[in-house]
Ligand binder design. Structure first.
Ligand SMILES: Cc1cc2nc3c(=O)[nH]c(=O)nc-3n(C[C@H](O)[C@H](O)[C@H](O)COP(=O)(O)O)c2cc1C
Length: 173
């Protein structure tokens, strides 16, 4: 079967090269709002989303993430907007809840012509003293952990073709 939503799911790809041009406020709001509609365990809507466009804060996040990665490259690939997702560790579905937010935002971004890539290591970043300081500054309670981030912007490369789907991953009884 096909419809615009299935086509959007099939054609979304992780993008690792971004234009410097910032996305519009309307585009950012659309992606963030979509993230708030992601499902969550017991419908608790517990994840918190932090959109970062401030150059100084982005620089700090790039340095924190690169240090954990053990690299001096930009782990966010120069994306003009970063969206960090946090969730409270005392909810037993916190990783799943945060992950659903990230995936929902990636699909929403693709549907409006934005490029994105899920970026890892936010758990370690926000378990550090520097990360906890940032969380305090942003008003995020201490019981929250970093789940992941989205690099978000306009692609500066063609949309990659999806590799063929691996066989044998679906079992129907
Ligand atoms: C939990 C998770 C962590 C990821 N972390 C990174 C990352 O740190 N850097 C990166 O470039 N891509 C990261 N990705 C993106 C994957 O590499 C990407 O989804 C995969 O290669 C498949 O490509 P596609 O998204 O284009 O289908 C991550 C994806 C997931 C789900």
């Amino acid at each position: 079967m096909n419809n615009p939503i299935l086509e959007n799911i099939r054609s979304r790809r992780s993008i690792r090269k971004y234009k410097e041009t910032q996305i519009t406020d309307e585009e950012l709001s659309t992606v963030l709002e979509a993230g708030t509609y992601a499902p969550s365990g017991m419908g608790m809507q517990s994840p918190i989303l932090v959109a970062v466009q401030d150059p100084g804060t982005k620089k700090q996040l790039i340095q924190m993430n690169a240090k954990i990665m053990g690299s001096d490259t930009n782990p966010y690939y120069g994306a003009p907007t970063l969206v960090l997702v946090f969730a409270p560790v005392d909810r037993n579905t916190y990783i799943e809840d945060g992950s659903c937010v990230l995936d929902t935002m990636m699909l929403a971004a693709h549907s409006i012509g934005l490029a994105s890539c899920w970026i890892h290591r936010e758990r370690e970043m926000f378990a550090s003293a520097e990360g906890k300081e940032l969380m305090k500054k942003w008003g995020i309670p201490e019981n929250f952990a970093g789940i992941g981030a989205l690099a978000l912007g306009y692609a500066d490369c063609p949309l990659p073709q999806a590799p063929d789907r691996r066989e044998g991953r679906v079992i129907r009884i």
